[in-house]
Design a protein around this ligand. Structure first.
Ligand code: AMP
Ligand code: MG
Length: 423
């Protein structure tokens, strides 16, 4: 058995190293119908005011406030999309409908409920104030104002604003293209009856869901066997049109663990082991941009063509280890690539209802469910934190970081937890 030569890196330091090597992807013009969830790549400025014309907020009469208390001659109607050509001068009024343009000369709108109608004239109440019951030009947005800032994620209201300003497309960051591969001779396709010693490839589907949630476009590469040449062919082929390679399995120190040696050949391995539980064998490499000349030479001999700055994440094979290292290292990187300003999960103070033991020199991400007790959030452990036990993550609401040492965190202590979902 080959012993790993990689230094054990502190988990927070490893996360920072990953982000240092992570590029922000370029932009593309996208139709509004495709923009939900994407991240704006350029500020959106108001090229026109909103509303673009004085727009009535009610059904009623557009008048001059100075004519309060008088009976006025009705000169016509202004409906939404059908403005009145005539002016409202002293002694006159225009019938107006919600969304109708307030005609020139009028400075206020009186609600239909507040007037008395007599054929083609109308009596308006005393004490009218100018500027009432209509939205003035630019009341919602002034021309030249910054409407949306680069780095914002686009949701319903943001897309609505762009449409209201007449913009059919927006400049958004490209989504990262991720090639996803499982490794291991023991794996079979889900739905195929496993033979002796075989198990279904479950990581592929768990990681596919996690990648999509994080905004990636995923290409599934299937299962790579534990043989070096086949693994190398699959990886070099995948890297032609991927920004990121994510593998699971094959990164521990067993003789069949081929991912680290392969990444050493085609790129630069920056992290080979982390002080993290679960997820100690987590591996991170860059392919292309940061590669040493020697590595480039080896890659050429191996037939691989290298572009600039591809990222490769070798996640451990145990199901919980692969998902926790995805959370800690891969998800923030994918968010950075998409131009998001907020890379981490939100955190909230939670009170532990259990004693969280520390695990020597490693940071543990303890999986918890949350419940409300008055205004507090209380965290219960999901039980055995074994790295093979996916039930420790299924239904979990949060991750509690237990620092290394021999202290642990005792029940009753309030700590910041990374929120996956609220109860
Ligand atoms: P490895 O890191 O390849 O030594 O794998 C560690 C453990 O995770 C082994 O018990 C594997 O069977 C399991 N494992 C690896 N890949 C997968 C996968 N794609 N789906 C489910 N379990 C896996
Ligand atoms: Mg394996």
């Amino acid at each position: 058995m080959r012993l790993s030569t990689y230094p054990l890196v502190d988990a927070a330091e490893a996360a920072a190293t990953v982000l240092e090597h992570t590029p922000v992807l370029g932009g593309e013009q996208l139709a509004l119908s495709e923009c939900a969830g994407r991240v704006l790549a350029a500020d959106l400025m108001a090229t026109s005011p909103l509303p673009p014309h004085p727009s009535s907020a009610v059904d009623g009469f557009a008048v001059r406030a100075a004519d309060a208390g008088r009976t006025l001659r009705i000169v016509g109607e202004s409906a939404a999309g059908r403005p009145l050509a005539a002016r409202v001068d002293e002694g006159t009024a225009a019938r107006i409908l919600t969304g109708g343009v307030v005609p020139d000369g009028a400075d206020t709108v009186v609600m239909v409920e507040d007037v008395q109608l007599h054929g083609d004239s109308v009596t308006v109440p005393k004490g009218l104030a100018p500027g009432t019951n209509f939205h003035a030009v630019g009341a919602d947005l002034r021309q030249g104002e910054r409407v949306l800032t680069a780095g914002m994620q686009l949701g319903a209201a943001e897309i609505g604003l762009a449409a209201a300003l007449g913009r059919p497309r927006l400049e958004v960051h490209r989504r990262p293209k991720v090639a996803l591969m499982s490794t291991g001779d023991e794996l079979v396709e889900v739905g195929t009856e496993p033979g002796p010693g075989q198990i279904p490839d479950s990581n592929r589907w768990a990681l596919l869901a996690a990648l999509r949630e994080a905004g990636a476009e995923v290409r599934l590469l299937g299962i790579a066997p534990d043989t070096a040449p086949e693994l190398r062919d699959l990886v070099t082929d995948a890297l032609h049109d991927a920004d990121v390679l994510v593998t699971s399995g094959g990164v521990s120190v067993g003789t069949h663990d081929l991912v680290k040696p392969l990444l050493e050949t085609i790129g630069t391995v920056h992290i080979g082991r982390v002080k993290l539980k679960p997820g100690k064998p987590f591996t991170f490499a860059t392919i292309g941009g940061q590669a040493s000349p020697a590595a480039r030479g080896r890659a050429r001999e191996g037939g691989g063509s290298l572009d600039q700055g591809r990222l490769a994440f070798g996640l451990p094979g145990f199901p919980v280890s692969s998902l926790v290292t995805f959370e800690v290292f891969v998800r923030p990187a994918l968010r950075k690539m998409q131009g998001l300003a907020q890379l981490q999960r939100p955190s909230l103070p939670v009170r532990l209802a259990f004693n969280a033991k520390a695990v020597g020199d490693r940071t543990e991400y303890h999986r918890v469910t949350l419940r409300r007790e008055g205004s507090d959030l209380v965290a219960d452990s999901t039980g055995s934190q074994s790295s093979s036990r996916l039930m420790s993550l299924a239904g979990a609401h949060a991750l509690v970081r237990v620092p290394p040492g021999d202290q642990g965190i005792s029940a009753g202590t309030t700590v910041e937890a990374l929120i996956l979902a609220l109860p």
